[in-house]
Design a protein around this ligand. Structure first.
Ligand SMILES: [Ca+2]
Length: 205
């Protein structure tokens, strides 16, 4: 074996190692953060007290961020709106969620979401304008400023305890078009689709 072919073998070996490292690293880099440790409602709500949809309180505000909405909430009383059956709103210039306004709306949405099997849930959010979402007392997504329709990346949630989890959403629409959609791919629910109305509920007046 002469010197040239030894060098060639060394170079080939180095390239192979770099290539293999790359293949090992790729899925690690592409992996989204997985949210764990979400807290179910405790104790679990009595089904007799559950009403369909999510409760909502509206604020008539012209704000540029979720932070500004929160500042306004410090000295404003919100008005309760009709419950939100599910989050499938892409309304263009129409009224925002169940409010009677098409602009300058802040919404605080609260209730429960049922994750009835342990395992992996992949959520996606489509928003315009700002949004902040916590499930099981854990912030899983925020895109808090004014923006055109924009999708989140995949948001991966893993739970070990099935049941009702609290869901808390802060949202605002400043002007023009409005969108608030929540999708999931959940055990037993097939492909990525709207989180269905049947897994939302709330209690209260
Ligand atoms: Ca808008």
């Amino acid at each position: 074996m002469n010197k040239i072919s030894i060098n060639g073998n060394v170079r080939f070996g180095t390239r192979l190692i770099v290539l293999m490292l790359g293949l090992v690293m790729l899925p690690v880099l592409a992996q989204a953060e997985t949210f764990k440790g979400l807290k179910p409602v405790s104790p679990q709500p009595d089904p007799a007290n559950l009403k369909p949809g999510l409760a909502v309180t509206y604020y008539g505000v012209k704000v540029d961020s979720i932070g500004e909405l929160e500042e306004n909430m410090g000295y404003m009383d919100g008005k309760p709106g009709a419950p939100i059956p599910m989050l499938n709103y892409q309304v263009g210039q129409g009224n925002v969620l169940t409010s009677h306004s098409n602009d300058m709306v802040g919404a605080i949405i609260k209730g429960f979401i049922k994750m009835e099997q342990p395992g992996r849930y992949v959520f996606m959010v489509h928003s315009n304008d700002g949004v902040w979402i916590a499930i099981g007392d854990k912030l899983i997504y925020e895109d808090p400023d004014v923006h055109a329709d924009r999708f989140s990346d995949e948001i991966i949630v893993e739970i070990s305890e099935p049941g009702w989890y609290p869901i808390h959403i802060k949202y605002f629409e400043k002007k023009n078009t409005a969108t608030l959609e929540l999708y999931w791919e959940a055990p037993g629910y097939g492909e990525m689709d709207y989180v269905p109305a049947e897994v939302f509920s709330h209690t209260g007046e």
